[in-house]
Design a protein. Structure first.
Length: 362
């Protein structure tokens, strides 16, 4: 809770600088398309910045340029100061994943943006449309060229309006005469470990290398070196079995205070929730993401949000924003753990009222 900054009401303050600080502390904020309530990147920031405004993220991305979008375990907002740790990923063989984009197609797209400035896919009107190859694809072939240039680090997303992205030349957006120096493999491993320690408090190989199993062997060697230097110590968690965990000594030396009884309605993509095995181990709660489960097989609802009071998850509520009626609708309310109507409903309803104002605000 402390590492995730959910133990305080406004740990980062407010305004665009709070958004930058939150992204830098967490290391990434995941982006997702689901919009039955406010999209998860705004929701995650709101959970830690009570006065958060969507314009704060726009300011950080497009004006201050303190955050940028790239792939972590998913598309995410990442601190711009960490850009160099992603350059090796940008230099991977992306061309094979976008085989339909020829070098000439890529060069044409880059030249177009060089000459005309940042653009969105809607600005491209001269494509010959093709059939989609999956549900989220675009019928415009130029979309593939934009994506390839993005993953190669040649373009960056300079602004976002909902899920509509403006693509700009990376060096022009950031004002670079030359790009940052790429991080080495060792630097990337240490960056990943430090990021996890900062945002998680105690770590395992799974939590550090979330959806990045190939790095686990090398990460173990980095951890063992830090243990040898006494920069990390092994910690035993009840119920963890053979899964090893580590923490910095100062974390264990910090007195543990009772959790404030703050109420958080969390996104299923929140960094606290997204690693399901860790969530179950620490909070004895197994979250079910049922957006892609047939309706008749859902137990908790289409887009269920875990509700935390203090350091316990007590409810799972399926919510939907009725934007036409300007209401936050409760589709289903389920008590979990030690949650109960008598003990917790009033607190949660008060928080839901505040959450509704965020959903319908700016």
């Amino acid at each position: 809770m402390r590492a995730q900054r959910l133990d305080q009401r406004a740990p980062f303050g407010s305004g665009p600088q709070a958004t930058r600080a939150a992204v830098e502390h967490l290391g990434y904020v995941q982006i997702d398309t689901i919009h039955v309530i406010e999209r998860c990147h705004h929701h995650i920031l709101y959970s830690r910045i009570p006065e958060y405004r969507r314009s704060d993220l726009h300011q950080a991305q497009s004006a201050d340029k303190s955050v940028f979008e790239y792939w972590t375990h998913a598309l995410s907002y990442v601190p711009t100061k960490d850009f160099r740790f992603f350059i090796p990923a940008m230099r991977q063989d992306w061309q094979s994943r976008f085989a339909s984009v020829t070098p000439a197609d890529l060069r044409k797209m880059l030249d177009r943006i060089e000459e005309s400035g940042a653009l969105t896919i809607r600005d491209i009107a001269d494509d010959v449309l093709v059939e989609k190859n999956h549900a989220w694809a675009s019928r415009k072939p130029s979309k593939r060229a934009l994506q390839l240039a993005f993953y190669k680090g040649l373009l960056t997303i300079s602004a976002r309006d909902g899920m509509l992205k403006s693509y700009e030349l990376a060096h022009r957006h950031f004002g670079w005469e030359k790009p940052p120096r790429p991080a080495t493999d060792t630097e990337i491993l240490n960056y990943m470990l430090d990021r996890a320690l900062r945002a998680q408090g105690f770590v395992s190989l799974d939590s550090i290398c979330h959806l990045d199993a190939p790095r686990k062997a090398a990460m173990r060697r980095v951890i063992e070196a830090r243990v040898k230097r006494r920069d990390l110590v092994a910690v035993a968690l009840e119920g963890a079995g053979k899964i090893e965990h580590w923490a910095a000594p100062e974390v264990l030396e910090t007195p543990t205070e009772p959790a404030n009884a703050l109420v958080h309605v969390l996104s299923p993509f929140d960094p606290l929730i997204i690693q399901r095995k860790r969530l179950s181990l620490v909070f004895d709660y197994s979250h079910r993401f049922e957006a892609y489960v047939p309706k008749e097989k859902r137990l908790f609802g289409y887009f269920t949000l875990p509700v935390m009071i203090g350091d316990e998850i007590v409810a799972a509520i399926d919510l939907k924003t009725d934007r036409a009626a300007k209401k936050l609708r409760i589709q289903q309310w389920s008590w979990v753990g030690r949650g109960s109507q008598d003990a917790h409903q009033q607190q949660i309803e008060e928080e839901l009222h505040r959450f509704e104002q965020f959903q319908l605000g700016c």
